[in-house]
Design a binder for this molecule. Structure first.
Ligand code: IDP
Ligand code: MG
Length: 141
């Protein structure tokens, strides 16, 4: 439990487009997590198929991939004790309309009436997915 963890965070295309990358990094750093890698990237269909493998076949999968290809994403590896759980807490609930105020999605996100939930950020949800996702986005780490 006291082990330092790493987690993969993505500022999704809506966050980058709206100029919120700095605000999101600010919240991560203000919480006390370190930035181990930060890179502005264009996702590819292949990379997203790996990243979102668990969602393949769901109704929101195709629009989600299309959204994630709609502009650059900021790929980030954060580091700190329990940062996987901690970032999920900073991010807030998946649906930005009901995400608690004080969270990234609750303060900065909303429903834009589009088919996919544009909710600004991704964060790994377990040690296993963090290792898998960091391997996909930053194979050199
Ligand atoms: P999470 O990002 O909070 O972990 P997941 O269930 O892993 O949520 O879903 C991955 C992403 O797929 C979400 O962040 C959101 O962008 C999108 N998504 C999830 N559920 C829905 C939905 O019901 N409609 C549209 N998009 C969704
Ligand atoms: Mg998820």
């Amino acid at each position: 439990m006291t082990d330092v963890q790493r987690s993969l965070v993505l500022v999704k295309p809506d966050g980058v487009r709206r100029g919120l990358s700095g605000e999101i990094l600010r919240r991560i750093e203000a919480k006390g997590y370190a930035l181990a890698a930060v890179e502005l990237r264009d996702a590819t269909p292949e990379l997203l198929a790996e990243h979102y493998a668990e969602h393949e076949g769901k109704p929101f999968y195709a629009p989600l991939v299309e959204f994630m290809l709609s502009g650059p994403v900021l790929a980030v590896v954060i580091e700190g004790q329990r940062c996987i759980e901690g970032f999920r807490s900073l991010a807030g609930a998946t649906d930005p309309t009901v995400a608690a105020p004080g969270t990234i999605r609750g303060d900065l996100g909303r429903d834009w009436g589009l088919a996919v939930q544009q909710n600004l950020v991704h964060g790994s949800d377990s040690e296993e997915s963090a290792a898998r996702e960091i391997g996909i986005w930053f194979p050199q780490l």
